[in-house]
Design a protein around this ligand. Structure first.
Ligand SMILES: C[S@@+](CC[C@H](N)C(=O)[O-])C[C@H]1O[C@@H](n2cnc3c(N)ncnc32)[C@H](O)[C@@H]1O
Length: 205
């Protein structure tokens, strides 16, 4: 099964509140986005946003330029129907972050919760990082959450990479400036404990 088929199947067979990574609100992501100090006009992309409620909360907070990108075609209409008429304020992109064409130097904030850690091949990680570097503006912000070393080796039945702060920083590039980091325990709806590492970095000017 391809990765795309895996994710299409997940969103076709499970309601958003049942998936392992579900949280009613992505509070830590929201706090880190607020920590960037960007204005409500900032261009924010949620990479692999899936059916998460981050977009709902960012719209509530008044952010005006949101993009949700996901590999799974099935996930996006689920969020659009939840948002009803507010969905028109959001840009929706179906695609693979490792090979889609994003506009260069465009985004102020790059958010990724539980996506980068699925890239177990070095080549895919390289493409992801190149994409991020290219699509972000100078001094743009990166909010990224991956499994930490003490998390299980799989997520959604797929092998994942688990990162210490040092490993993640090295993988993304040591020239990115680290502003904040924290670990947070997530307990899945099925009771599995998953330790996440959240980081806020900034691209150099
Ligand atoms: C574990 S879920 C996390 C969803 C969301 N970020 C959250 O925290 O609720 C991983 C998401 O990444 C998407 N995804 C996986 N690989 C991807 C890729 N290469 N490009 C874009 N999206 C991807 C999946 O479809 C899925 O929605």
């Amino acid at each position: 099964m391809t990765f795309k088929a895996h994710w299409e199947n997940v969103y076709s067979t499970q309601v958003p509140e049942e998936v392992g990574w579900y949280a009613p609100h992505l509070r830590t992501s929201l706090a880190l986005i607020n920590g960037t100090g960007v204005s409500k006009e900032a261009r924010i992309i949620d990479v692999g946003g899936g059916a998460s409620t981050l977009v709902d909360d960012l719209l509530d907070a008044g952010f005006a330029h949101l993009t949700i990108l996901d590999l799974a075609k099935v996930a996006l209409p689920q969020v659009r129907s939840r948002l009803a008429e507010r969905a028109a304020k959001v840009q929706w992109i179906e695609g693979d972050i490792t090979n889609i064409d994003l506009p260069p130097g465009y985004y102020d904030v790059w958010h990724d919760r539980a996506v980068f850690h699925f890239l177990i091949e070095g080549e895919s990680r390289k493409r992801y990082v190149n994409q991020m570097r290219r699509a972000l503006k100078g001094r743009g912000h990166i909010i990224i959450a991956t499994f930490a070393p003490e998390a299980p080796p799989k997520c959604s039945g797929l092998d994942v990479m688990r990162y210490s702060l040092e490993q993640l920083h090295k993988e993304l590039g040591k020239d990115f400036i680290l502003h904040e980091h924290k670990k947070e325990l997530h307990v899945t709806p099925g009771g599995v404990k998953q330790m996440y590492l959240y980081c806020r970095f900034q691209k150099p000017a």
